[in-house]
Every structure is written in structure tokens, then in C-alpha cells.
Design a protein around this ligand. Structure first.
Ligand code: 3AM
Length: 179
């Protein structure tokens, strides 16, 4: 099973993020139902490791926090933008959750990339080098404030690759223990 771990966002927020779409040639906008905040990408995991992983994730002790949205940006940089995203204000409890998730994943012998966790919500992927519309998108003034989102759980997702693109299905949700 191809898996990743993410924080789900409320439908209202997903609608507002979807509303930020503009016309950019060669862009593939993330469908509303697939907008999320990725904590870890796992890739293919076998059934035995999945059992181990769900046990390891269930032992995570995390504290609830609020996600506060910041500006729009891109990866890897403005000269070669491939991914357009909305960023998040620094939140130590989010970093701590990502760290605990990463430790749990590594403990199950699932390899993880070395690069540091860089919290973002992907809005679009670009197929070819930046048309001028990308600059306009990145420089747009903030039209509306997105309200903060309370986070009390995270979700293990299956990502099934199909000819129509990826289909994401929640496998298991892990609620933070009450304070
Ligand atoms: O939330 P974002 O868009 O950053 O890009 C994929 C998405 O991250 C990423 O996993 C998240 C859920 O699909 N992803 C997909 N394939 C990947 C890979 N081979 C990957 N991340 C790293 N390596």
C-alpha cells in the first residue's frame, strides 16, 4: 500500500484554498478533497509493516495546537517553481508532531528523507517553467484571511495511483490524547 501521513483540513478551509486558484498555463491544481498538510510520505509499505506502523503511530503523545496560515510560496525557488503552496506560521507543537511521526516511521524501518520538515499546503504543481502568471500568483496581496485551524488528530492515508491521478483514502485517524 502506498501511504502518507497528514493533517486533514476542514472543508471550509479547503474551499477557501481552492478559491485561490488562478489561471496558470501548465498548472495542475490539487483537487479540493486532496488538500492536506503532509507530515510524512512513506511510499509502498507491506501489510506486516502497516500493522507495526499503526501500533507505533497510536503510541504518539501529541498536544493540540492551532495552524495559522501565512503567505504563498513555491518550491524549490522562484526561478524554477514546481510546487505552489500556502505556508504556515512557525508552530513548535506542529514541528514536534512531525518529529514524533518521523521517529515512529523510522522505527518501522520505513526510510525518510533527510531534508527538514517544511510545513506547507500544496495548491498546485507546475508542468513546465514559469509562465509570467506564476509571478503574479506569488505576488498577489492576501485577499482574505484564513482563520486558524485547531488540530487534534492526524491521519494515515492510502494514496492509490490511477490513470486519473492519485486517490487518497483515510486508513486510520489518530486522535491526540486529551490534556
Ligand atoms: O503535501 P505535499 O504536496 O508536499 O507530493 C506529495 C504530497 O506532498 C508527496 O506526498 C504527499 C502526499 O501525496 N509525495 C508523493 N510522492 C513522493 C515521493 N516519491 C512524495 N514525497 C516524497 N517522495
Amino acid at each position: 500500500m502506498r501511504l502518507f501521513i497528514a493533517i486533514e483540513l476542514p472543508d471550509e478551509i479547503k474551499k477557501q484554498l481552492e478559491g485561490m486558484r488562478t489561471h496558470i498555463p501548465g498548472s495542475r491544481w490539487v483537487p479540493l478533497e486532496q488538500i492536506h498538510l503532509t507530515l510524512a510520505f512513506l511510499g509502498e509499505v507491506d501489510d506486516a509493516t502497516l500493522d507495526l506502523l499503526t501500533w507505533a503511530l497510536a503510541t504518539i503523545k501529541a498536544t493540540g495546537f492551532n495552524l495559522c496560515f501565512s503567505g504563498i510560496g513555491c518550491f524549490p525557488d522562484r526561478r524554477r517553481p514546481r510546487v505552489l503552496w500556502v505556508g504556515l506560521e512557525p508552530e513548535p507543537l506542529l514541528n514536534s508532531l512531525a518529529f514524533l511521526v518521523r521517529e515512529a516511521v523510522l522505527a518501522c524501518n520505513i526510510p525518510q528523507e533527510e531534508r527538514p520538515f517544511s510545513p506547507h499546503i500544496t495548491l498546485a504543481r507546475l508542468k513546465f517553467p514559469p509562465p509570467r502568471e506564476v509571478g503574479a500568483f506569488l505576488d498577489q496581496p492576501r485577499k482574505q484571511e484564513l482563520p486558524p485551524v485547531g488540530v487534534r488528530e492526524f491521519t494515515l492515508f492510502q494514496s492509490l495511483l490511477t490513470s486519473q491521478g492519485a486517490v487518497h483514502t483515510p486508513v486510520k485517524t489518530f486522535a491526540f490524547s486529551p490534556p
